[in-house]
Design a protein around this ligand. Structure first.
Ligand code: EPU
Length: 343
């Protein structure tokens, strides 16, 4: 492993923001990890571990060491008649793990198909889509404490997974490097068609999903139709989190906005941030959806996604995000928070 200096990060973040790292290293095996932890560049600098770079917005050059994780391996640890326990190294591409599962007719992560990024990022924000969450199948997370280099395994409960959230984004932020995750997937059918858009897809195409692979293909197709391909237009998926409100507040909103969509989730109501953004705009009577300013803007098919048309700076994207937050707050009194990590 060599540690490089003044490294261009443009291709390493799906937003396609041009920025540089003071130091850069790529780790492909556990020996690299040991070498990295012993290096002075690692010990004396701020650290940024990157997987697919699909959930970050770089606001400028990174004044420390950027480490790209390419630790790969998927192994079956255990199995019984009903389930299989699988361990995946953190540098695996998430969708490769989904393919590994659906090829073996295992249920549990097919609804999470085609989510960009790596396995290591999955527990960070408890990835979720189409009615499923990592939380439902995760057993444990193996980590290395950055300060000491010691191994520590977190049980699923210890990870404190919430909506796009975990202990690794909160009090243990930047303190642990995720090495591997262990999942338990089901051999028995666990079809999850709770998400309306997914049910409608099968109805519309007159298909009857039988295998996990059928659902994986449907989710992939829906995502491709709604979300911009980062290799063509820079983006990091949903820029903001959805918003949760209590029953009383929802009632008040529905009186004012009878068309407001909402979903019941865990005793509270989720209001799609995309809808809130679509109802607001840079000026009265306009909508953010499809809006463009300079080289940044709001995607025309999903208002939750901010895009870089090429050459936008992280600061410009941030400024647009702030304007959106202000306008939604003025109109609805709800404060949007970014899902993407600003760095
Ligand atoms: N909607 C609008 N305008 C839009 C898009 C959506 O009003 O431009 C409304 C519609 O009412 C729609 C509802 O929002 O029914 C929900 O939209 P969608 O199904 O596209 O999902 P979302 O809530 O906007 C979340 C995740 C996505 C995930 C989808 C599908 C968050 C922050 N985002 O988006 O995750 O793919 O559900 O399950 O929870 C990501 O994290 O990067 C990501 C793309």
């Amino acid at each position: 492993m060599t540690i490089k200096k003044d490294y261009d990060l443009t291709k390493l973040n799906t937003f396609g923001i041009s920025a540089r790292a003071k130091f850069f290293a790529e780790i492909t095996n556990e020996a690299d990890l040991g070498e990295l932890f012993d290096s002075k560049e690692f010990k004396n600098n701020k650290k940024l571990f990157l997987g697919g770079g699909s959930n970050i917005l770089l606001l400028g050059d990174f004044p420390g060491i950027v480490i790209v994780n390419r630790l790969k391996e998927i192994t079956v640890l255990d199995e019984d008649e009903e389930s299989m326990q699988i361990r995946a190294m953190s540098g695996e591409v998430w969708h490769d793990l989904v393919n590994f599962a659906v090829e073996r007719s295992l249920w549990g992560i097919e609804n999470l198909s085609f989510i960009p990024g790596t396995v290591g990022a999955a527990p960070m924000q408890n990835i979720g889509a189409y009615g499923a969450e990592l939380k439902n199948v995760l057993e444990s997370v193996e980590t290395i404490e950055v300060k000491s280099g010691h191994l520590r395994t977190f049980s699923m409960a210890e990870c404190q997974l919430g909506y796009r959230d975990s202990i690794f984004k909160q009090e243990l932020k930047d303190k642990y490097f995720i090495l591997a995750i262990t999942l338990r997937l089901s051999k028995l059918e666990r079809k999850n068609l709770s998400y309306k858009v997914l049910r409608e897809y099968f109805e519309k195409n007159k298909l009857e999903p039988k295998a996990a692979k059928d659902i994986s293909e449907a989710v992939t197709s829906i995502r491709k139709s709604k979300l911009p391909d980062p290799t063509i237009i820079g983006n990091a998926g949903s820029f903001f989190k959805n918003v949760f409100v209590e029953e009383k507040k929802l009632g008040e909103f529905l009186t004012l906005y009878p068309d407001m969509p909402y979903f019941r989730e865990g005793g509270v109501h989720k209001i799609p941030a995309a809808w809130l953004i679509e109802q607001c705009g840079p000026e009265n009577g306009t909508s953010w959806k499809g809006y463009r300013v300079g080289n940044t803007g709001v995607h025309k098919r999903q208002a939750l996604v901010l895009v870089n048309y090429g050459g936008a700076s992280g600061q410009a994207v941030k400024e647009l995000a702030e304007e959106i937050i202000d306008s939604v707050f003025k109109k609805f009194g709800l404060k949007l928070t970014p899902e993407v990590n600003l760095i």
